[in-house]
Design a protein around this ligand. Structure first.
Ligand code: ZN
Length: 576
């Protein structure tokens, strides 16, 4: 083989390379002899190439979301997806198999190897078309939801466009919008039942092809859930029922009294189902107004991060200087917010659609936590070591939201003391409210994927969802709303598109609550441990990552109960 020119240092030129230009570098790695003495250099070269590839992919994706009207960028991105991505995936797979076949165990590579072994063991050629079929059925679900419109004051609007009414202080208006949204969903009941009846047997087949007992076992392996079991999740549900549900009942009762209403209906308090009734303010105060311009949003976040930890503040300032933030909403931007990374430069990038509301502050603090995770892992030699799962990634982000709370009103912060207290209370209430709904969604899926044919019958699915609502959501009054209640599973996109993907948030939230508890005792020590855990990237098993952060990967009622107690105590203090 002719000697290859060295790879470029950045993606500047590389992003324009064709697969024909890239392929020889993968081929050379695939051909190079692999021994104990050559493996470190081989890994380093593989990592460099992967970093360049991943950064190109991420940069194109960012560019598309920054200007959805730019057809040239879109064409380049689609070209990457169609002509480069599949070949890249195959080439990466070859290198993974080569490393596995070598039997070598390079230091610091134990966990990436564990993941590769698991992926290789799960892989079945015959499952590829089935997985594509599942993705397509997921798109069908989106299609049904996307076509849902309602007649609202004589105008045809989408169900999504009812969202602004969801927290309106006018209770009748909230109810009207909630009913319009739910009725429209219930109208698609048969269509979604039929879709589910297509999805479930394919999932069975995928599991069977992989030689596994059921689809839950398949998901456990596919999501790399090595450190907890389905039984742990069921234990977590029990713990939520015992400790969180009573606390939410007390919270709901206080809210009911303050709002001076007979009972809490689904449009009065956010249950995460339709996201209705979030933060309805009994005092009917105007919404929080944290900042005017995106520059102000950035400056104040920088001030807060610096108070959490001066080095984190410096990292965020670096993002500001280096054009790694695109925060303000403008025409042509894709919706939503995210943090991605540029792996070659080992730098994060945050994208948002800020419009001047408190949600933007919360989102930036959250994405900031993800961004710090990228900075903290920049020292790891191989990019494969920076792949970590959601259970720790969301600790980085959710804990940062909590670590930042004390500084919302301090020097350079967003709020007066009173407004900061209100923002913190809303956040803590949101945490409490999330766990029970998460338990419903997760428990439902455990049942649906371990009950065989029973889970094909919509009547059984409805009954199970209703039963779980009675168990976890009984602080809400659903009387007279039976159809809306039992079809709630049809409104949860995860069940159709990303099965079982949800408990991660509940687990990580308990981790974040523990980081916060530690910070109230010793802020500096808690932040240092948090950073230490992040810096390990994906090189250690989850329980060790949690332990490094000074917290426990936990599913038990004792750990959860302590978190709930702290949240309730703090809510009482903020109320006073
Ligand atoms: Zn996140």
């Amino acid at each position: 083989m002719a000697t290859l020119a060295p790879l470029p240092d950045t993606t500047k030129e590389f992003i324009n390379w064709s697969w024909e230009q890239i392929a020889p570098y993968f081929a050379e790695l695939a051909a190079r002899p692999l021994t104990a003495t050559t493996v470190n250099q081989w890994l380093k070269d593989w990592s460099n190439l992967s970093e360049l590839m991943q950064e190109c992919s991420n940069r194109l994706e960012v560019a598309v979301s920054q200007d959805t009207a730019d057809k040239e960028v879109e064409t380049r991105f689609f070209n990457f997806l169609d002509n480069i991505q599949p070949k890249w995936t195959t080439a990466e797979q070859q290198l993974k198999e080569k490393l596995l076949a070598s039997g070598l165990e390079p230091q610091g590579f134990e966990i990436p190897l564990r993941n590769m072994r698991s992926e290789a063991a799960l892989f079945r050629e015959v499952n590829l078309p089935l997985l594509v079929e599942l993705t397509k059925l997921g798109t069908e679900y989106d299609g049904i939801k996307g076509a849902q419109t309602v007649n609202w004051d004589g105008k045809e609007i989408t169900v999504m466009q009812l969202r602004p009414y969801s927290s309106n202080p006018d209770r009748n208006l909230r109810e009207k919008a909630w009913r319009a949204a739910v009725d429209r969903n219930v109208a698609d009941r048969q269509a979604i039942n039929a879709l589910w009846q297509k999805v479930l047997p394919i999932r069975w087949q995928v599991a069977k092809n992989a030689g596994l007992k059921d689809f839950r076992e398949y998901i456990w392996r596919s999501y790399l859930r090595f450190d907890y079991t389905p039984e742990d999740c069921l234990r977590f549900h029990d713990a939520i029922e015992q400790t969180v549900v009573p606390a939410v009942k007390r919270l709901a009762e206080r809210k009911r009294a303050a709002l001076n209403i007979e009972s809490i209906r689904p449009w009065d308090m956010n249950s995460s189902d339709m996201s209705f009734g979030a933060n309805v303010d009994p005092k009917a105060r105007p919404p929080l107004k944290p900042y005017q311009t995106a520059t102000e949003l950035e400056q104040k976040a920088a001030a807060i991060f610096s108070q959490v930890d001066p080095e984190l503040g410096e990292e965020f300032e670096m993002m500001r200087r280096s054009n790694l933030l695109d925060l303000d909403n403008r025409k042509g931007k894709a919706p939503g917010g995210y943090c991605t990374s540029f792996p070659r430069e080992r730098r994060p990038f945050i994208f948002m659609n800020a419009v001047g509301i408190h949600d933007d502050v919360q989102t930036l603090l959250h994405e900031g936590g993800h961004a710090f995770h990228v900075f903290e892992t920049a020292h790891l030699p191989y990019v494969q070591q920076t792949n970590y799962t959601m259970e720790i990634a969301e600790v980085a982000s959710m804990a940062m939201e909590l670590l930042a709370q004390p500084y919302l009103a301090s020097d350079g912060g967003y709020y007066s003391k009173e407004d900061a207290a209100r923002a913190t209370a809303e956040h803590l209430e949101g945490m409490l409210l999330f766990w029970p709904y998460m338990a419903v969604v997760d428990a439902f899926q455990h049942w649906a994927h371990t009950s065989g044919e029973l889970a094909l019958d919509p009547a059984n699915l409805d009954a199970k969802w209703g039963e779980l609502y009675d168990r976890f959501m009984n602080w809400q009054d659903w009387s007279g709303l039976d159809d809306a209640k039992v079809t709630g599973w049809q409104r949860k996109l995860h069940i159709f598109r990303v099965p079982f993907y949800y408990v991660e948030y509940g687990i990580a939230q308990l981790g974040a609550a523990q980081v916060w508890r530690n910070s109230l005792r010793d802020q500096a020590a808690a932040t240092a441990a948090y950073r230490k855990a992040l810096a390990l990237g994906g090189t250690r098993p989850l329980p060790e990552l949690y332990a490094a952060a000074g917290i426990k990967l936990a599913f038990d009622s004792e750990t959860l109960g302590q978190a709930v107690e702290l949240i309730e105590e703090t809510l009482h203090k903020l109320d006073a």
